[in-house]
Design a binder for this molecule. Structure first.
Ligand SMILES: Nc1ncnc2c1ncn2[C@@H]1O[C@H](COP(=O)(O)OP(=O)(O)O)[C@@H](O)[C@H]1O
Ligand code: SF4
Ligand SMILES: [Mg+2]
Length: 331
């Protein structure tokens, strides 16, 4: 099934990550789940791309397919110069060390029986130490994520808070000196006060370790805060790609606007919360024809049911897949 096109891809040759026509489908009893349908994306060195969408839109399926965990149904993923989909299992293990995944639930991502000092160097135990001193590497990694080695080195995950566990998981990812970090809702399970600390940590790690990041989340504020560019996804397809600085003021796709409008503003703080929109996500077993968003879209016309919209550049760096979105007029 076709995706929303490639208008948003950039001509640079030195990309950290290039994803071409990624399709992820799951065979289930009732048919085929179309989780990701023709996703194209690129990531420049040092850049953070946010992937934004409601729960069930295919974000995690896309993130895991980038890591080849499991490999996608079709499409290609290029990490630097390495085409991942063509690698032998052994070469894939080696390449995977260059791309690390940070997940939502840090506590269950860590082996409960191991001590923190052992967990952060798990990857190095597989790939070898070179001539490095183990104790020093452990302490450097823990310090780099804002943990006191003396205090946490010999503890087990259940003795730490959720935020501390996420710091340990990030340290473990950084140990292998990856080029790309895929963060799948890394702060969604944490208290709001801790979320900001972990976002700061990721931002500092990106600079210090010269990482590129794909940052997946359903929370507009979180994605906007950390990303350079945002890709908005609905039912497995790209709706809009735009600079994060333009997200609130200039987003043009009706789905992006819906996501933005459902964020409570400061002015709403003392109002009674409205029930969530009654219209549910259509089943990815049988997605709507034409534009997948049409069953919820206030602007939908007959054309939207028969013709799939592709991404068009409506403003510099802003690409929208919608038949009826127009460039913003003068204010
Ligand atoms: N292993 C699987 N088997 C069957 N369906 C799956 C599987 N993983 C995800 N899905 C379905 O694929 C769709 C996208 O899921 P997911 O990628 O987890 O979305 P998100 O991360 O945006 O919440 C959902 O309908 C989900 O139920
Ligand atoms: S293409 Fe049609 S249904 Fe889809 S977002 Fe645009 S107006 Fe809405
Ligand atoms: Mg998810």
């Amino acid at each position: 099934m076709a995706g929303s096109g490639t208008a948003h891809l950039r001509p640079e040759r030195d990309l950290a990550l290039a994803v071409d026509d990624l399709v992820v489908e799951f065979r289930v009893a009732g048919g085929t789940v179309h989780a990701v349908s023709g996703l194209h994306l690129d990531l420049l060195p040092g850049e953070t791309l946010g992937i934004l969408g409601e729960s069930g839109c295919g974000k995690s399926s896309a993130g895991r397919a980038l890591m080849q965990l499991p490999p996608p149904t079709s499409g290609t993923v290029r990490l630097g110069d390495t085409e991942l989909t063509a690698l032998s299992p052994r070469d894939m293990r080696r390449a995977r060390a260059r791309m690390q995944l940070v997940l939502q639930d840090p506590v269950s991502a860590l082996n409960p029986r191991r001590r923190v000092g052992d967990i952060v160097v798990e990857g190095l135990e597989i790939w070898g130490w070179g001539d490095r001193d183990r104790a020093r590497v452990v302490d450097e990694l823990l310090t780099s994520v804002g943990l006191d080695p003396e205090t946490v080195r010999d503890r087990r995950p259940h003795e730490l808070s959720g935020g501390q566990c996420q710091r340990v998981a990030i340290a473990r990812s950084l140990a292998l000196d990856p080029d790309v970090l895929i963060c799948d809702e890394p702060v969604s399970s944490l208290d709001v006060s801790v979320q900001a600390q972990i976002l700061n940590l990721l931002e500092r790690a990106r600079e210090r370790f010269e990482l590129s990041m794909v940052f997946i989340a359903h929370d507009v504020a979180v994605v906007k805060n950390i990303s350079d560019r945002v890709l908005v996804m609905y039912l497995g397809k790209t709706c809009e790609v735009l600079p994060s600085a333009a997200l609130e003021a200039s987003a043009r796709h009706p789905y992006t606007r819906l996501l933005l409008d459902s964020v409570p503003s400061a002015a709403d703080a003392d109002r009674v919360p409205q029930p969530a929109r009654a219209i549910e996500l259509p089943s990815p077993l049988d997605p709507p024809s034409g534009c997948r968003f049409r069953t919820r879209c206030p602007l939908a016309t007959e054309r939207c049911a028969v013709e799939e919209p592709v991404l068009r550049e409506l403003a510099p760096g802003q690409f929208v897949a919608c038949h009826h979105a127009e460039p913003q007029g003068p204010a």
